[in-house]
Design a protein around this ligand. Structure first.
Ligand SMILES: Cc1cc2nc3c(=O)[nH]c(=O)nc-3n(C[C@H](O)[C@H](O)[C@H](O)COP(=O)(O)OP(=O)(O)OC[C@H]3O[C@@H](n4cnc5c(N)ncnc54)[C@H](O)[C@@H]3O)c2cc1C
Length: 468
């Protein structure tokens, strides 16, 4: 009997754990399609941005992780179309189009940054969702100290030494804390014309509290710790403008002011993957305000029992956009599918087991909320350390991460301070390129001839590639 074809979209927590949960099924063939060649451990992106970890340390190759899983194949490509009636997924990489047929589809394409309708802010305030984002921010943050060293006027120097982080959730708190550590500890002996300890770090959020999802007590503990580290925390403050040299803010009472700052980091708001709209168009599903797909209690797409949507792009019972929701959702979807394939009754609806959440503020200081336990400070930081090592994928990654952490937390250094012009400049330049100028895979006639000779059976994927 032909194997059941499962296509998984995304190599993040949902896509990877969903694929692995189907490992022992000889009757299933999994094709994982993702737009990057790696699995990304997003919770540590801020450490790549601030020079603690290398990008490879948090992004092992998906192909390598799945190399031992014989029923899984990995395809590189950005999914551009999904046809739920024809049961095909179309993906594109550098102009080469591939069409992959499926019997069951698991969509775990995650979420992007939301600028709440002000997408033009992105040019000067990059978000932090990908390795590219983190490396660009690394370039901008370390670059700002370099420009400050070269500045000839005090106002110019102050602008380069001012960093604004927008969003006081875990990512914003972690970024603000790390920039403060860079300025006050790591870089303090490295410059001659400037005193990096004079850097101004401002954390801005429209909400009245830091880390709202952790509750008042831990939110206040985080705020106090940040303030002690010299971070200015501006709550109840909305960002109303961002440009190359600063940021305009508005207080709850309507008063507006401006912060001159060369470096802005956007860590506020998420927007479900654009694939959500494609799925909603062809099913009975609706999207919520953040563009996430409202799924059935068994994580299937309303009206389409052969399609599961999990992780950050799915909306169910107000579940948070965290790694555990994606992992548990993907494992549930795999279990649900296996029951169907075995002709067994459907499992109980998906129920999320909250294992807790944590955020670091600086070295040796974190907040953690696990079950009824609410802790802050050193103990919470140890807990954070242990959990992150356990969840990092790959032995190599764990060892190198531990070494880098020793360098940064026990010592004063940062092992990953390399910055290239491409990191800082490429995103905006690519965004402004006309589509016809974007790079395409070079193709010569003999490529097609070789493929024709080597294939005895017609292959939908190869056919589609040839047509493009
Ligand atoms: C900076 C940051 C810090 C975080 N910190 C924490 C934390 O401390 N704890 C925690 O629990 N959670 C944290 N999260 C949230 C957590 O990382 C997400 O909830 C989790 O990654 C969601 O998993 P996912 O599989 O739904 O999406 P993702 O992990 O985002 O994976 C999406 C995948 O889909 C691929 N993809 C997207 N669009 C396409 C397309 N069109 N075609 C092909 N492939 C596509 C992407 O390349 C990626 O492989 C953090 C997130 C960020 C951004």
């Amino acid at each position: 009997m032909a194997a059941h074809r499962v296509v998984v979209i995304g190599s993040g927590f949902g896509g990877l754990f969903g694929t692995q949960a189907l490992k022992r099924r000889d009757d299933v063939e999994v094709t994982l399609i993702a737009k990057t060649t790696h699995h990304l451990f997003q919770p540590l992106l801020y450490q790549v941005a601030t020079g603690i970890l290398s990008e490879g340390g948090i992004s092992p190759a998906t192909r390598e992780i799945l190399s031992g899983q014989k029923n899984a194949r990995v395809i590189l490509g950005t999914v551009t179309a999904i046809d739920l009636d024809a049961k095909t997924v179309t993906s594109d990489v550098l102009g080469r189009e591939t069409v992959t047929p499926f019997d069951t589809l698991l969509v775990a394409a995650g979420a992007g940054q939301s600028y709440f309708g002000n997408d033009h802010f992105a040019e000067y305030a990059p978000g932090m969702k990908s390795i590219d984002d983190a490396l660009e921010l690394r370039g901008r943050i370390f670059g700002a100290f370099e420009w400050a060293e070269l500045a000839t006027a005090p106002a110019e120097r102050d602008r380069y030494l001012t960093f604004v982080v927008v969003g006081a959730g875990p990512t914003g708190v972690e970024m603000a804390g790390q920039i403060a550590e860079l300025a006050h500890r790591t870089l303090k002996r490295d410059f001659r014309a400037i005193d990096t300890r004079e850097a101004r770090i401002v954390l801005v959020d429209a909400a009245p509290q830091v880390l709202p999802s952790f509750g008042d007590r831990l939110g206040d503990a985080a705020k106090n710790r940040l303030t002690k580290m010299g971070v200015e925390v501006e709550l109840g403050t909305k960002v109303v403008g961002v440009d190359s040299t600063g940021i305009n803010i508005e207080k709850a009472d309507g008063t507006q002011s401006r912060i001159e700052a060369a470096t802005k980091v956007w860590a506020a708001g998420v927007q479900g993957s654009e694939l959500g709209a494609i799925l909603a168009e062809q099913s009975d599903a609706e999207l919520d305000r953040a563009g996430r797909v409202k799924v059935n209690p068994d994580l299937t797409l309303p009206g389409r029992p052969d399609v599961y949507v999990v992780g950050d792009m799915a909306a169910l019972d107000n579940l948070p956009g965290v790694a555990q929701v994606a992992i548990q959702g993907a494992r549930y979807a795999a279990k649900h599918l296996k029951a169907r394939l075995d002709g067994k009754p459907d499992p109980e609806p998906f129920s999320y087991f909250d294992k807790g959440s944590m955020a670091t503020i600086s070295r040796f200081s974190a907040v953690a909320s696990v079950g009824k336990l609410r802790v802050s400070g050193f103990f919470a930081w140890l807990l954070w350390l242990a959990i992150h090592i356990v969840y990092l994928i790959g032995f190599k990654q764990r060892i190198t991460t531990l070494l880098h952490w020793m360098v940064s937390f026990i010592g004063r250094g940062r092992s990953e301070r390399t910055v290239t012009a491409q990191q800082i400049l490429a995103r905006n330049i690519i965004a402004k390129m006309p589509p016809e100028d974007l790079p395409k895979l070079p193709v010569v006639d003999s490529d097609h001839a070789a493929a024709d000779e080597s294939e005895n059976e017609p292959d939908v994927e190869a056919e589609a590639g040839r047509a493009s």
